[in-house]
Design a protein around this ligand. Structure first.
Ligand code: PA5
Length: 429
């Protein structure tokens, strides 16, 4: 199981500051399970891992098998919760340099003309399929990209053949994506009513693209299932990782730490941090409250953001995701000339150098007044990613309730849309 070490954060807090939240954190965990808290119509994610059975996984695999046979490239159209989870898991499990087979591309997460033009150019040389993901089915970014992709796919393959390689993941009944998919006869999967976008990675929203990329979704769900059990409200606070994480970050927030930086030492975890930022930012940033979730890739960003973290305003704390075992083995070679002066680390694993950089950074940041939490992942594989995802989701639900906000709505997201629609002359705005 993944572990959580808060000892280097509690040293910045008064004695008992984390434990002070224990009862409320466990009540929040129970309220999430009993659906008695704010936002209780969006709690389907709590039992998703145990609700996802083998026949359902087989159904997803059947669909991805067809796409894998007919396509060398699959474009996932979606934004926010409708893409970040899939992108995060696929990137975390992929080779750093090689695309998966089929290659998974993402669109509909921006409105850049150049992005869409260049995507179209690339797709002219590809046998591509599309997974159109939108819960509301009306999100402008996604709908615009899908309109372009649908037309191009039909032009390149013909309408009949295109039908076989376009799949929709959307609401069961409403929205333009559902209407189009029913009219065209696409294969479709439903996003449950009671699962919000940012909590939907373990629904077909995440599972279908991840399976198309060739990764083990059964192991991912199993990891989440084990973490569901390990963070249940029946597991005492002292052993309940999500409750401890939620309590610690709230104690730090109350002590003036307004920014949480999620740090990693593996470039493959970059998009896990992007997914996490949405999860916590959209869930907690409301009613004039909420920790600002930021992220850095280390050691890379020590050479850009390191100065600020070490020495800037002391309103931050850091949560590090540390992967214990790399997948591969590589040692630093000896060099007779030693012109670079690196022979003092010759023979050591590159990962040992990375781990010493991690430890040295932790010590420096603690000296610099930055509380440090550490999440330890034994390996970067589907099973432990499933654990990590559920750990963060449960922690987010508990943390939002401790903060006294509804973690499952996002009223603020509408503001820009209304202005954009008015500016574009959309009827009714
Ligand atoms: O978490 C959320 O609810 C949002 O980020 C949505 O996922 C995002 O806005 C996309 O919405 P939709 O899936 O309706 O296109």
């Amino acid at each position: 199981m993944i572990k959580l070490d808060i000892s280097k954060a509690t040293q910045f807090l008064p004695q008992g500051a984390v434990e002070k939240y224990a009862d409320r954190a466990m009540q929040a965990a129970k309220a999430l399970e009993d659906a008695t808290c704010a936002g209780n119509d969006f709690l389907g994610w709590v039992t998703l891992p145990t609700d996802t059975d083998a026949p359902f996984i087989d159904k997803l695999r059947e669909c991805s098998q067809t796409l894998r046979e007919l396509c060398d490239t699959i474009v996932v159209a979606g934004i926010g919760g409708s893409y970040l989870g899939a992108k995060a898991v696929i990137e975390a499990l992929s080779n750093n340099f090689l695309p998966t087979t089929p290659q998974i591309l993402f669109a509909g997460n921006n409105i850049s003309e150049d992005y869409l033009f260049e995507l179209q150019e690339l797709l002219k040389t590809r046998r591509f399929g599309v997974i159109n993901i939108s819960k509301s089915g009306t999100t402008t970014e996604t709908a615009l990209a899908f309109r372009l992709l649908k037309k191009q796919c039909e032009q390149q393959r013909g309408k009949e053949e295109a039908r076989k390689v376009i799949v929709a993941v959307t609401d069961a009944h409403k929205g333009a994506a559902r209407i189009t998919c029913d009219k065209e006869g696409y294969t479709s999967f439903v996003i449950p009513d009671n699962v919000g976008g940012r909590f939907s990675v373990l629904t077909p929203v995440g599972l279908l693209p991840i399976d198309c990329a060739g990764f083990d979704i059964a192991a991912l769900v199993q990891g989440a299932r084990d973490m569901q059990q390990a963070t249940a409200s029946t597991v005492p606070f002292e052993q309940n990782l999500s409750a401890i994480y939620a309590a610690t970050r709230n104690a730090l927030y109350q002590s003036g730490k307004k920014i949480e930086i999620l740090a990693n030492y593996q470039p493959k975890l970059h998009f896990i941090a992007e997914w996490w930022k949405q999860l916590y930012g959209e869930s907690e940033g409301k009613d004039g409250k909420g920790i600002f979730p930021a992220s850095v890739d280390l050691t890379t960003d020590l050479h850009s953001m390191g100065q600020w973290i070490q020495d800037g305003e002391r309103t931050i704390f850091e949560t590090v995701i540390s992967v214990e075992q790399p997948e591969h083995t590589l040692a630093v070679p000896t060099d007779e000339e030693n012109l670079d002066g690196l022979n003092y680390i010759a023979g050591k694993r590159v990962d040992e150098v990375n781990k010493m950089a991690e430890l040295g950074t932790q010590m420096a940041h603690i000296d610099g007044g930055v509380p440090n939490l550490r999440i330890i992942m034994p390996r970067l594989d589907a099973y432990h990613l499933g654990q990590l995802i559920y750990f963060f989701e449960k922690g987010c639900g508990i943390s939002g309730l401790l903060l006294d906000v509804n973690p499952f709505d996002q009223p603020g997201v509408e503001a820009y849309k209304k202005n954009m629609f008015r500016l574009l002359g959309k009827p009714g705005y």
